[in-house]
Design a protein around this ligand. Structure first.
Ligand code: HEM
Ligand SMILES: *[C@@H]1O[C@H](CO)[C@@H](O)[C@H](O)[C@H]1NC(C)=O
Ligand SMILES: *[C@@H]1O[C@H](CO)[C@@H](O)[C@H](O)[C@H]1NC(C)=O
Length: 354
């Protein structure tokens, strides 16, 4: 009996210890939220504010697309030319960095983001990446991105020519990503999954809100399907630098995406994303984790990923747009045939502007 009580007491203290262990890893924030680290506490209010007042109540719209593009243009500013990576320099030193050709159009989202940075106690570098991760969570099918906190204010502007242009060669694009952060060709392809949520305003100056795939509000694999189809038309005028023909009225194709889809170094990886939502999510998440902390030592940042909402799942499988079939695929991967997909029913449609 005494022995049994001792056993019971030992078992109870083990339970208490594990409860206590769990409690010490949860912090009650001043606003009543629960966080794993006190440093993450201010992010709850920032998240709620931007969901409501920057992303129109949690939509996957223009501000989300532009915020994701901004995460890239800030982070890639690093490498042999100089630059501090994901440090917010694109906002802190906007008067310089916005004169760079590749940053055309980013003034709009920077003007939208600046009041939130001024209102909350957060650096521009942290805010850019936090807004990107929260924003992407509004897009059905997206992975739940990580977010690390703790980027100091940038000390200097990034130099010009760190951001790849759509008219750059595949050689130069792959070399730039390798120089910026040791990205492999596979990681470059994974990052370009971002082009599944695009509405271009600046490649063709006569058009606004032109998608790169037929589903610009969902984080799906249609971008990888449609970039492999034979280009037949321009959505607006021809002759824009960095633009090539697309397969669908209303859809835009970048020269860089077209060439990466057809280059022997990247074509099979490109095709591997077709109808593979699980790979799209895991590869994009991993590559984004690497890109968003460029210039920083991860062990000196705080993991606040728990603040990022879980995106809605997507069940639709990839298809060929109405009127197009496997015969329209420009097969570029030599080792694996293009996945067989069904064709959307109905007459040939065009992609509506966003
Ligand atoms: C080879 C590398 C890349 C090139 C050449 C490139 C080029 C472009 C261009 C020309 C646009 C259209 C901008 C406009 O007309 O408004 C665009 C849009 C966009 N890019 Fe990229 N990009 C690249 C990589 C990336 C990466 C790595 C990301 C993010 C991880 C990204 C995210 C976006 C997003 C979200 C948009 C849509 C912006 C909007 O709808 O306003 N891009 N990109
Ligand atoms: C702002 O954030 C910094 C770093 O996270 C912190 O040290 C500081 O106390 C904060 N200031 C206010 C006014 O909350
Ligand atoms: C990263 O930070 C950790 C902890 O502060 C340190 O031990 C490590 O040397 C740093 N790594 C680099 C590459 O600076």
């Amino acid at each position: 009996m005494a022995f049994k009580s001792i056993l019971a007491i030992l078992a109870l203290s083990a339970v208490l210890q594990s409860v206590e262990g769990a409690i010490t890893r949860r912090i009650a924030c001043p606003d009543g939220n629960i966080a794993s680290n006190a440093a993450c506490c201010p992010l709850f209010a920032i998240r709620d504010d931007i969901q409501e007042n920057l992303f129109d109540g949690g939509e996957c719209g223009e501000e989300v697309h532009e915020s994701l593009r901004l995460t890239f243009h800030d982070a890639i500013g690093i490498g042999s030319r100089g630059g501090g990576g994901a440090d917010g320099s694109i906002i802190t030193f906007e008067t310089q960095e916005l004169t760079y050709h590749a940053n055309n159009g980013l003034d709009e989202i920077i003007d939208r983001q600046k009041p939130f940075i001024a209102k909350h106690n957060i650096t521009a570098g942290d805010f850019i990446q936090f807004a990107g991760a929260v924003g992407v969570s509004n897009c059905p099918g997206a992975p739940r991105l990580d977010f690390f906190l703790g980027r100091p204010t940038a000390a200097a502007a990034a130099p010009d020519l760190t951001v790849p242009e759509p008219f750059d060669t595949v050689d130069n694009i792959l070399a730039r990503f390798a120089d910026a952060g040791g990205f492999s060709p596979e990681e470059v392809v994974a990052l370009l999954a971002s082009h599944t949520i695009v509405a271009s305003d600046h490649v063709d100056p006569t058009l606004e809100g032109v998608p790169f795939d037929s589903t610009p509000s969902t984080f799906d694999t249609q971008f990888f399907v449609e970039t492999q189809l034979r280009g037949t038309l321009f959505p607006g005028t021809g002759g824009n630098q960095g633009e090539v023909e697309s397969p669908l009225a209303g859809e835009m194709r970048l020269q860089s995406d077209s060439e990466l889809a057809r280059d022997s170094r990247t074509a099979c990886e490109w095709q591997s994303f077709v109808n593979n939502q699980a790979k799209l999510q895991s590869a994009f998440k991993a590559a984004m984790r690497k890109m968003t902390i460029l210039g920083h030592n991860i062990s000196q940042l705080t993991d606040c990923s728990e603040l990022i909402p879980t995106p809605k799942a997507l069940t639709k499988i990839a298809t060929f747009p109405a009127g197009l079939t496997n015969a329209d695929v420009e097969q570029a991967c030599a080792s694996t045939p293009f996945p067989s997909l069904s064709t959307d029913p109905g007459p040939v449609t065009s992609v509506a502007p966003v």
